[in-house]
Design a protein around this ligand. Structure first.
Ligand code: DX5
Ligand code: ZN
Length: 221
């Protein structure tokens, strides 16, 4: 593994929902670093997925970091439920509530790591004043709502985000989500990403391919 090998966060949105516990055990064993869980409300994004009860049920299946990406609005009233369910990182979108700073304060007060996710059209300036509080900055390279979309090449935005993170001197993850394949993974890492979310390209082919799929995203294939 090279020094620039990224962490891989499989998005369980592309897993077999009829056996999520088993799927999580498989990706854990296949080398996943974080387990990325996409929560959608049919309002903030045009899709409905899973809630805290499912996350709670999945928690015993892996001790890896549960990286919970909340695409729900309003988000504040659900933060405690996701914290109690076993989230390790809770990531919100700035548009999902009226007071981003307060939302991050709440996540931190629940003892969890806080992330902020920026849609392709949302500028980096939305996080300038919370950079001293966050643990993860998620740059979306698709419009949120569905797996299997094409990567939007926002490499300048990723590079600028890396510069902002370096300026803080804090260990903030720079995570990229959407359309990650071995080819776009390389582009994202070269631009400065250190965590890659991938649904389609991790789960394709079934469980016997998960290890190779993850290795390919790390640039090890
Ligand atoms: C999209 C989700 C992503 C998605 C990624 O709203 O946030 O995590 O599952 O899926 P792929 O890797 O298929 O683009
Ligand atoms: Zn996601």
């Amino acid at each position: 593994m090279s020094a620039h090998s990224p962490l891989i966060a499989p998005s369980i949105l592309s897993a077999d929902f009829s056996k999520l516990g088993e799927e999580i055990r498989f990706i854990d064993k296949a080398g996943a670093d974080y387990i990325h869980i996409d929560v959608m409300d049919g309002h903030f994004v045009p899709n409905l997925t899973i809630g805290p009860a499912v996350i709670k049920a999945l928690r015993p299946h892996s001790s890896k970091i549960f990286d919970v990406h909340l695409m729900i609005s309003p988000v504040d009233s659900f933060l405690k439920d996701f914290a109690d369910a076993g989230a390790d990182i809770i990531t919100v979108h700035p548009e999902a509530g009226p007071h981003l700073h307060r939302t991050i304060q709440t996540i931190k007060s629940l003892g969890k790591k806080a992330g902020v996710s920026l849609n392709p059209g949302t500028p980096l300036s939305s996080v300038v004043h919370v950079m001293d509080m966050i643990d993860l900055l998620l740059i979306m390279t698709v419009n949120p709502g569905f797996g299997g979309q094409s990567f939007i090449p926002l490499t300048d935005k990723i590079a600028e985000a890396r510069t902002m993170i370096s300026a803080t001197g804090r260990p903030i993850d720079l995570e990229i989500d959407g359309g990650i394949t071995p080819i776009t993974a390389k582009q994202a890492v070269l631009a400065g990403a250190n965590v890659l979310v991938a649904g389609t390209s991790v789960f394709k082919g079934g469980a016997e391919h998960y290890t190779d799929n993850i290795r390919a995203l790390r640039g090890e294939a």
